[in-house]
Write a protein that binds this ligand. Structure first.
Ligand code: NAG
Length: 963
């Protein structure tokens, strides 16, 4: 282990860390990873290293659509083995590179992309491939001059922009697709006449590439588990370089920094490669490359002029080494246990382009139910219906808003999900109705393991339908989980889908199958343990040689498994009511595409400052990888955070797209109302701030759901040219709102140092104090006593909030808005507001309000106005471009016609206005002189408060401020 990390470990271990690292394999404990890394070491030592793979030039066939070509590939090591290459260019410039073994002894797993992709991508009909002697190339971009070049010998795929290399596959010659072979009888060592072993004259001619021995080809034993590996070696190694890009981001989920630290090369930060193998890691480390609960194999590379990326659609165990051969370039090496090569090259060139390109592939995040952006109160466990009622009562007595109460596994009799434990929850429907009476919801847990008792109807029906996971010998797989001896639904089997839907119906179905009749449509679902987590399985999961539907081994599909489960739950909740309501499903395990089916959280974190801090980075990484609706358990799952830590954690948690507090069964109760003052008020203020800002969050989610842009964004996304901030990952922006927050994650902090980028002024959200714009960003020290959150509005932004505290978010529906107009140096500003009913899918049919808010200087007048955005942006108004027309006075808009703006605050006006009017009407206003937005000094800005200026949020309006 590297020096830095072992030092950290030594300091931290005795106090809190108890991860059992020995429960999980390292690279050197797995043959395929050892083989991959050894290949890379041999290549590094050999200056003449050359990839044995080449394209057979004469075999190139350009498809009639011109967008793709196919060619044969051969390896000089195994001339008799055939490989096929297939390269396609999509409409948006994404290049898909696929390679598979042809006519092999078996078929490699090739379905990862089909689960991840939201639909078959459209291909670009205007591509012209030019076949030369040494390569085949095509121009794929417009003005940017993007070119894709496939070199024949050795095989190398390069994306160029303006003649410069951006992404290179197999540039270092580490591509190796181990072909299927038969297990030869072990060779007897040849013995000479004198009885000594004969030294072969020609040593293994493939050793320079593959190494001398067959390392773990046919069977592997680790601790007490033996993996039978009936298919033999089939790993895939590939190097992907990003010349001229000094930072790489992505490949969640790891507890690490956002700009990924190195794992290889000189002085690497870590020794172990990043691993993607969805795992239930007990008390995970706060700084590690260990695999966690989910995997999204997307990686972005960035520099001041360019952002590019790759999505490697692979679902088997994968290790990724990251290195920077020089400070300006990045190199990655991917080693996977099985699967085909199926890499999508995202050409960028901007961060926004990358997110759009990735969203086009795997789908944008679903627009969540509005209530699910409120506060979620969870604990393992609220032990009875009475417990739930009294927790609700305490929240109401203290006027702390909350939208959702959660039930962990103890609600279910013997952990048989869908079956209430009637001793403790005798009246589940009445309990839920008591919660819904305050416009709140319940979320209860449903895990994928089914208790193996025939008296459990869900298990019994699964057996009858034959939809349970199978062992390598095709018997029902039995493992150990919360419910004791358990079986696992195999969601790869489509037969399980309709059945699963039926389970969530709240009325008895005609087919006599089990339905959850003692639940209501206000009960939403938490899918946990779906890696799957299996207490007595290898690495706390399923044996790799288990067989799924279609005959695939578990090793092939492991990382997709959790996504299929949350998808089916999502589909089930959607089918539960007619018309459908937006489901809420929380998943622990995930893959690329999971963002279409709900939210995720970062699993079982610890109540430590380190975990609080790294949780923010993990959520940011997830946002970059398309899965914006994510959060970390506030307070930490394990341990008893002291009141200061808890207060800071709430202040951080309210800036997480998914905001939930949760706690382990062994922890002390820590609901916010239990805190003493001043902590209780600090936490209450933080939660109320979350609710004030729900319009901002919902608007950001709308944008994410149609553009793929993350809900929370690190600096490089918002200021892609500001190199000084590429590695900053402890402060971030909320959507396109112009809000920048730096949660305090240090014990005893009373101030914070915040980097304010760009050249515009920044305003403190609470005091409105202005930090004058600098030409190229500046760092300021601000006070951050325990009750203070460093939160800033960028000059040029308009923020819409709702400032009246309510018990839950639906009760805020008709509350008036407040606008904060933070002027920029030109006395202008803009913002957006999106509103819909928050629960149905009627927004997809045009039932919503989407407004542009603007302040513009015209002569000596500042015009403040609102106009409809949807009519002129139909294509991006809702996801999937399904909308063909839009009526600004649609039925939904009418329902909020009476919702007014109660106050507008304008910050940084250049001078006192002479009058403020809306049409002919004089408005009521107060002006407090102060620093103007264009000033070069810090201080209290000028503030103009306009009272009750606008009577309807859903209609056009204009206000003139004459200076
Ligand atoms: C989600 O479920 C639907 C059917 O309910 C299925 O058609 C689709 O392929 C599934 N997608 C994933 C990623 O599981």
């Amino acid at each position: 282990m590297r020096a830095v990390s072992s030092l950290l470990l030594l300091v931290a271990l005795p106090a809190v860390l108890a991860v059992k690292t020995e429960d999980f394999k390292t690279c050197s404990q797995q043959a395929f990873c050892r083989r991959g890394r050894a290949l890379s070491e041999r290549a590094e030592k050999d200056p003449l290293w050359k990839s044995p793979y080449s394209v057979v030039a004469s075999s190139v066939v350009i498809d009639s659509d011109h967008a793709s070509f196919a060619a044969a590939v051969k390896s000089s090591l195994y001339p008799e083995i055939k490989f096929g290459l297939d390269v396609k260019v999509h409409e948006d410039g994404v290049v898909r590179v696929k390679m598979d073994e042809v006519d092999g002894l078996r078929k490699r797993y090739d379905e990862a992309a089909s689960w991840a992709l939201v639909k078959e991508p459209k291909i670009n009909p205007n591509i012209k491939w030019t076949v030369g002697k040494q390569d085949i190339r095509a121009s794929v971009g417009g003005a940017d001059d993007v070119e894709i070049v496939v070199a024949f010998e050795p095989l190398k795929v390069t994306l160029f922009r303006n003649g410069k290399e951006q992404v290179v596959l197999n540039g270092l010659g580490l591509l190796h697709m181990e072909h299927f072979r038969t297990k030869d009888a072990p060779k007897e060592p040849e013995v000479g006449e004198d009885g000594t072993q004969v030294v072969l004259e020609t040593p293994n001619p493939r050793a320079w590439f593959e190494g001398d021995e067959e390392d773990g080809y046919w069977e592997e034993t680790w601790r007490s588990w033996t993996d039978s590996k009936p298919k033999g070696p089939e790993s895939l190694s590939l190097d992907i370089s990003f010349p001229n890009h000094g930072h790489v981001y992505g490949i969640p989920q790891h507890a690490t920094r956002l700009s990924l630290p190195t794992t290889a090369g000189e002085n690497s930060y870590y020794d172990e490669p990043y691993r993607l193998w969805n795992s239930d890691v007990f008390e995970y480390l706060a700084d590690s490359t260990m695999s966690l609960y989910g995997s999204i194999p997307v990686l972005y590379a960035h520099n001041a002029e360019s952002t590019v990326g790759i999505f490697n659609a692979i679902s088997s165990d994968t290790y990724i080494d990251v290195a920077h051969p020089d400070t300006k370039s990045s190199f990655t090496h991917w080693v996977s246990e099985s699967g085909i090569l199926d890499v999508f090259i995202l050409p960028g060139p901007t961060p926004a382009d990358i997110f759009k390109q990735f969203g086009n592939l795997v789908g944008n995040p679903a627009l969540p139910a509005h209530w699910s952006l409120g506060y979620h109160q969870c604990r393992w466990n609220y032990v009875s219906s009475e417990d739930v009622r009294s927790v609700q009562k305490r929240f109401d007595e203290e006027d702390i808003p909350v939208d959702v109460f959660w039930l962990d596994i103890e609600y279910a009799e013997d952990h048989k999900y869908f079956i209430w434990d009637k001793k403790t929850f005798p009246d589940p429907v009445e309990m839920t109705n008591d919660v819904s009476a305050n416009a709140r919801k319940m979320v209860v847990i449903v895990d994928p393991h089914l208790k193996r008792v025939t008296s459990y109807p869900v298990y019994k029906e699964a057996v009858e339908l034959d939809v349970l996971s199978k062992t390598k010998d095709n018997n029902e797989y039995e493992g150990w989980c919360w419910s004791g001896s358990s079986a696992w639904v195999d969601f790869f089997n489509p037969k399980s889908w309709d059945w699963w839907k039926g389970l969530f119906k709240t009325t008895q179905s005609k087919n006599g199958k089990y339905a959850w009749t003692d639940s209501t449509s206000d009960v939403h679902i938490w899918n946990d343990m779906n890696e799957p987590s299996i207490f007595n399985g290898p690495e706390i999961s399923m044996p790799r040689d288990n067989i799924h539907y279609g005959g695939w081994e578990h090793r092939d599909v492991h990382n997709i498994n959790g996504m299929l489960f949350s998808n089916q739950t999502w589909q089930a909740l959607k089918a539960r009511t007619d018309p459908p309501q937006r489901p809420f499903v929380l998943t622990r395990s995930f893959y690329a595409g999971s963002q279409r089916f709900g939210a995720m959280w970062t699993g079982d974190n610890l109540g430590t400052w380190e975990h609080m801090a790294v949780g923010i980075k993990m959520v940011l990484a997830n946002n970059l990888a398309g899965f914006s609706f994510s959060g970390s358990d506030v307070g930490g799952f394990f341990g008893n955070p002291d009141p200061e830590m808890l207060a800071r954690w709430y202040q951080a948690g309210i800036f997480s797209p998914f905001f939930r507090a949760h706690a382990h069964i062994d922890t002390k109760r820590r609901e916010p109302y239990l805190l003493d003052e001043p902590y209780k008020s600090i936490v209450k203020d933080a939660i109320r701030l979350r609710y004030n800002m729900l319009p901002v969050w919902y608007t950001a989610f709308r944008e994410a759901s149609t553009t793929g842009l993350p809900v929370i964004r690190p600096h490089f996304v918002v200021f892609p040219q500001d190199e000084s901030a590429f590695a900053i990952d402890d402060q971030f922006f909320i959507g396109s709102s112009g809000l920048l927050v730096k949660p305090v994650t240090e014990k005893g902090a009373t101030k914070a140092s915040v980097y304010l980028p760009g050249n515009q002024p920044w305003y403190d959200y609470f005091t409105h104090r202005i930090h004058a714009g600098a030409s190229k960003g500046r760092t300021v020290d601000v006070v951050a006593e325990l009750h203070q959150i460093p939160l800033f509005i960028r000059g040029g932004s308009i923020i819409a909030t709702k400032e009246r505290p309510r018990r839950s978010s639906p009760l805020m529906k008709f509350d008036p808005y407040t606008l904060r107009v933070a002027l920029d140096q030109d006395q202008s500003a803009q913002g957006e507001l999106y509103v819909d009913d928050g629960v149905t899918f009627s927004h997809e049919k045009g039932q919503f309000v989407w407004r542009s808010l603007k302040a513009q200087k015209q002569g000596e007048t500042i015009k403040l106005s609102s106009h409809d955005l949807a009519s002129t942006n139909l294509a991006v108004a809702v996801d999937g471009a399904a909308l063909t027309k839009y009526n600004p006075s649609n039925n939904f808009a009418k329902t909020i016609e009476s919702v007014r703006i109660e106050e507008i605050v304008i910050l940084g006006l250049a001078s006192k206005p002479s009058r403020v009017i809306a049409g002919k009407e004089q408005l009521e206003w107060d002006f407090y002189p102060g620093v103007a937005a264009s000033a070069k000094e810090d201080g209290a800005p000028s503030q103009l408060f306009i009272k009750n200026p606008v009577s309807s949020i859903s209609q056009d309006w204009e206000i003139s401020i004459d200076l």
